[in-house]
Design a protein around this ligand. Sequence first.
Ligand code: MIG
Length: 687
Amino acid sequence: MIRRYDFGTPIRTHAVVQTLIPETAPMPFFTVEQQSPEVSFTLALHRDDVIFGLGENVRGVNKRGHLYHAWNSDDPSHTENKASIYASHNLLLFYGENRCFGVYFDDPGDMVFDLGYTHAAEAKITSREGDLSVYVIEADSLTALCREFRGLTGRSYLPPKWAFGYIQSRWGYASAEDARFVVENHRSRHIPLDAVCMDIDYMEDYKDFTWAEKHFPDLKGCVSEMKKDHIRLVPIIDAGVKQQEGYSVCDEGLEKGYFCKKENGDPFIGAVWPGRSYFPDFLREDVRAWFGSKYHLLLDAGVEGFWNDMNEPAIFYSPETLEKAYEAADRLRGVNLGINEFFQLKDAFTGTSNSMEDYRRFYHEVDGRLIRHDKVHNLYGAMMTKAAAQGFHAYDESKRFLMFSRSSFIGAHRDGGVWQGDNCAWWSHLLLNLKMLPSLNMCGFLYTGADVGGFGCHTTEDLLLRWLQLGVFTPLLRNHAALGTRDQEVFRFDCWEDMRNILRVRYALIPWLYSEFMKAALEDGMLFRPLAFDYPGDRLALRVEDQMMLGADCMIAPVYEQNARGRYVYLPEDMLMIRFRSDADYDLVPMEAGHHWIDLELHEMPLFIRRGHLIPLAKAAEYVDGIDASHPVLLGWIRENTAVTLYDDDGFNASPVLAEGLRTISVTVEDGCARSVQADCSRLVID
Ligand code: MIG
């Protein structure tokens, strides 16, 4: 059951797809305080209450004990002291004894989530602007809460099937030669690969929807040549549009008044990669339709997927903030600087980026009303993604396209996936990647993954290998690294064969992973869940944060520490561990419920299958289209006749029907032997 409560004048965010009539009775669970314009919601926490939610953010799966913000920010330092990164997903689930409810704050502006930070036994959520709808969700389980929430906010985005393949990316890839080099080095070593991401350097002067002639003299030819090799090129699109006369996107946007404006009506200018740029007012329907149609230029060249970046929006400086910095410099030049003045000078320049001053400098037109940017800041990235989705729909409504965005808001889960932004090549960020998965899934973002190997800092080969061992389970599996960091492609490392073998496990699992993904998407479920979702009565499962349930049948528990040769796991029930070295080389280890140490050499990774369940292992290939799932090997620990039902489709159809793609593989057990006409039962454990 979901009830809506309105405060102030709620602004349309596109997060919710159901129209609920606001309640007039007081809101349950919370004490509401209004101190205009702020509204806060306070709740006493019981000793054992757990708080799930907040989607993409730092720290744990249980968000209790710290302070978070709703403020989308381009911050490449995802450390524990941060309160927000690129997205605002304002969903909280309160769970404890006699307590199971969710609350969604549909507020596009700044919010503070004090979840037992100021007072350990109190949660206080504050809306700075006070214009919001609050949705209170009640259900009898965590899974049911999330299903209700998805019902409220709409079905998750469906990527094409090829987007489950391995994607190689790097900031610095610019040209057709760069892409070919990557592809050749994968294909010649039989390392699976389905796509190569092009970062900003493919463009002409970082201008959206252009490509540099010198880098891509024949883009269309290159895209189709790659496609023959089962590779897709996935270009980046940035939010800012370069200010340049004669650049059609800029000229049209100016002529039609599509860019965000300052109070005096002049278009706002902020500098990003292209230099001085304009920011399309994605909050307007007509601007979205226009910007969305620009993707057609690349779709016409055969491109089938994109990533949207810099859409918090990131702003390096504006002429105004820069001028202030120069003034500070002029004022202080020649002065024998005291240390305070020195820091003032320094801050004058570093403070030019993503400044509140700039975010208060421009306006959006929302349903005919001018609203200052800071009040709707968290919608910008989501509305850019919506523009792309509308553009794809207009281009070919029967087809799925790949889209993943850096910034997002609830509602953007209908239009695309997200990647987890500029992480670092740190072991702690491998763990952070794992922890964000279920939180993002609660909010509907199913197609997600982090930069495998780490974006910033130099990776190490053991980190990349261990990270791949997590990445093989994330729908978006992309190796991406920043300019200036050490080469990070699999083929650069001595142990590339171990990495390739792990990627082959991914490809053997894709039919199952795709099936689980599609079931989750089409039935408003989650792919990754904290253990607490599946074992509600289990006091130990409630606190586990470094293992996750995956799909209906499995649990994952990656190694996330350097030099570890294994790890501890907690099994809430009997499970079969598959210790994978490759798709063809693995051990089956039946394990009873409880605590275990498991040995895992650097090239080994575990997957746990719940006792009584089956999963199929297909014949791997070097690209998704080549995988043969017709007669899979079944893995599982069973006692009696068992069946597994898998979903499949052509991988493109934009309106798939679950029932039409289901196939059941059944196994009969007689005298301790298993048989199936549709599968190979040789690796089943039977007792
Ligand atoms: O300011 O396009 O998160 O993936 O490689 C950096 C260059 C801009 C940030 C993205 C990252 C991308 C990078 N971009």
